[in-house]
Design a protein around this ligand. Structure first.
Ligand SMILES: O=C(O)CNC(=O)[C@H](CS)NC(=O)CCC(=O)C(=O)O
Length: 326
């Protein structure tokens, strides 16, 4: 899968790990029929377990709910299809994207005529002891448009909780990935990536992403302390805004962050912090599913037409002066 020329990063030399994302064949997508609200996006929250069938049923219900609400793109959280209860389970169920697990979700997208951001799929990895943590973007005809493999792995000793060592069973990705969609140019990331602002800077300023996707399964402890702050910071620092001088009105480009979250207790050992959010470029939360609402969707409408005028008025991308520093 090659980047289309428009999105080839200008700073390849500075980020030598950037390469074409994978060998997955992306079929040319057929036209989808128009959703009721072409610029309506949705965020889904759920409590996945190690039961593939029951997770699929939950996703299917949420997808149908979103389709009925006229949503064009629905974003599901990291590990939507499976969260292991025991060591080794994730590797056992890992499949290639052509396998039955992912293909069933592709059919769901096609049958509901909806785009799906499927954050954090256990994709069969480079060897038997590692899978990838893959964010899969599926279009409304059920074709895989783009995949992003999580770059930053969660090897963290969470205070008062447990030690996570994601790299034990997960191979990191090495490519920044954007994807064109009917709601704008998407920047694909996953969960712990959120703590590495340079990724979002690149998605925004090198690749012109308009909507940043952060499907997650944040831990309860770190989520309570950092989740909303990190997301709003990413939204604010990647935005462009301008104040209309005559009316005093603030004109915002609808450049959003969409963060779908796992919520609640998955098994004896593991609990996630919910609070799925859609955030606008001013840093304002425009849709939220609080932690206690374990499963559901929230939606927001976006307006891409304003982006160009706003960026011309305050051309942040040409004002940046330290782009050679990282
Ligand atoms: O294990 C799986 O099933 C899927 N992977 C995850 O849930 C990953 C790795 S354990 N979780 C995170 O990245 C949490 C980040 C986080 O909580 C923080 O940055 O504070």
């Amino acid at each position: 899968m090659a980047f289309s020329p428009r999105f080839v990063p200008r700073n390849l030399a500075r980020f030598p790990v950037l390469r074409a994302a994978s060998a997955v064949r992306i079929p040319v997508s057929a036209r989808c029929s128009m959703a009721a609200h072409p610029l309506r996006v949705g965020v889904a929250q759920m409590t996945s377990t190690n039961d593939l069938e029951s997770n699929y049923n939950t996703c299917s219900r949420l997808v149908k709910e979103a389709a009925a609400a006229g949503v064009t793109l629905l974003c599901l959280p990291e590990s939507f299809s499976f969260i292991a209860a025991k060591e080794g389970e994730s590797l056992k169920i890992a499949e290639p994207l052509e396998g039955p697990i992912m293909q069933r979700y592709c059919s769901l997208a096609r049958n509901s005529n909806i785009w799906l951001s499927l954050g954090g799929f256990q994709e069969k990895g480079p060897d038997d002891s590692h899978h990838y943590n893959t964010h899969v973007l599926v279009d409304c005809t059920g074709n895989i448009k783009k995949i992003y493999r999580k770059i930053h792995l969660f090897d963290v000793d969470v205070p008062g909780s447990m030690v996570y060592k994601e790299s034990n069973i997960t191979a990191p990705g090495d490519s920044i990935v954007t994807a064109e969609s009917p709601v704008g140019l998407l920047g694909l990331t996953v969960c712990y990536d959120l703590r590495f602002p340079e990724l979002y800077q690149q998605l925004r300023f090198q690749h012109q992403s308009q909507i940043l996707l952060v499907p997650s399964a944040f831990t309860k402890v770190t989520g309570e302390a950092h989740w909303e702050i990190l997301l709003r910071a990413r939204a604010i620092e990647t935005q462009c805004y301008v104040r209309n001088i005559s009316s005093g009105e603030i004109i915002l480009p609808k450049h959003l962050i969409i963060a779908a979250a796992q919520a609640g207790r998955h098994n004896e050992k593991r609990e996630s912090y919910g609070d799925s959010l859609i955030i606008d470029p001013w840093g304002t939360v425009v849709a939220r599913l609080s932690d206690h609402l374990a499963t559901g969707i929230a939606v927001a409408d976006i307006d891409l037409a304003k982006i160009d005028s706003v960026r011309n008025r305050m051309p942040l991308s040409s004002h940046r002066r330290l782009t050679n520093c990282f």
